[in-house]
Design a protein. Structure first.
Length: 251
């Protein structure tokens, strides 16, 4: 039997990159998957790939009303919520002087407020199901700092601590909360970062060299950990932050 047979999962930022890979990985293990994101077109493409086990739900999950709508629609279609993968995120590059107030607010609204809103919203459904697993996608920059990441790194660090607090608070309900801290992963978001560099190939070589395993990460590298944390194989794992980083933090 597949590891997630008939489990119901919500995945945010599911249209591209890590979110897409997580959605496909969960579905491949038998899960029913609600695909959430702001852009309907990429979500629909992933939905077609998964088939009838997918539900496409365009939404801005930093908005409380839209969070409730996502939850209501997922429950109406699937009847339960067992897994939540909080993946949607935004990255603005800059020092504390360079980041604008609008960029700061957007970063924390997307990277911290949205996971908090959706995580607390699914708690009653997970209790009713007898437990569940929340997987937050943080970053190695939620553990270590870096240049010109004065809003992004603090937001990802906040997500790590939100993970740990929720894990403690809801362990008695058999709701596990963990986070994954990826290194530099090849996604549309990181491609956009590279494209803005004066010498993109030089930056790529530098980023690759920072990972001892000798390559940049792939979305599937993260999805494998997300599937493990969603499954009963990790039933004694909660409150943990897992680097999936090609050895970046070991240097």
């Amino acid at each position: 039997m597949a590891r997630l047979e008939n489990k119901v999962a919500i995945v945010t930022g599911a249209g591209t990159g890590i979110g897409r890979a997580c959605a496909l990985g969960l579905a491949g293990e038998g899960a029913l998957v609600a695909l959430v994101g702001r852009r309907e077109q990429p979500l629909a493409a992933v939905g077609r790939q998964i088939g009838e086990r997918a539900l496409v739900l365009p939404a801005d999950i930093s908005n409380t009303g839209e969070v409730q709508k996502v939850l209501d629609q997922a429950l109406a279609r699937f009847g339960a919520i067992n897994v939540l993968v909080n993946n949607a995120g935004v990255l603005h590059i800059g020092t504390s002087e360079q980041i604008s107030e609008a960029q700061w607010d957007e970063t924390f609204r997307t990277n911290v407020r949205a996971p908090w809103l959706l995580s607390r919203a699914v708690l009653p459904a997970m209790r009713k199901a007898g437990g569940g697993s929340i997987v937050n996608i943080s970053s190695v920059l939620g553990i270590n700092a870096a240049r010109a990441r004065a809003s992004y790194a603090p937001s990802k660090a906040a997500l790590v601590l939100l993970t740990k607090c929720m894990a403690i608070d809801h362990a008695a309900d058999k709701i596990r909360v963990n986070c994954i801290c990826p290194g530099f992963i090849e996604t549309d978001l990181t491609a956009a970062v590279l494209s803005k560099a004066p010498d993109p190939e030089s930056v790529r070589r530098e980023r690759t060299a920072a990972h001892p395993i000798g390559r940049l990460g792939r979305p599937e590298d993260v999805a494998g950990m997300a599937v493990y944390l969603a499954s009963d194989e990790s039933s004694w794992v909660t409150g943990a932050a897992f680097p999936v980083d090609g050895g970046y933090l070991a240097v």
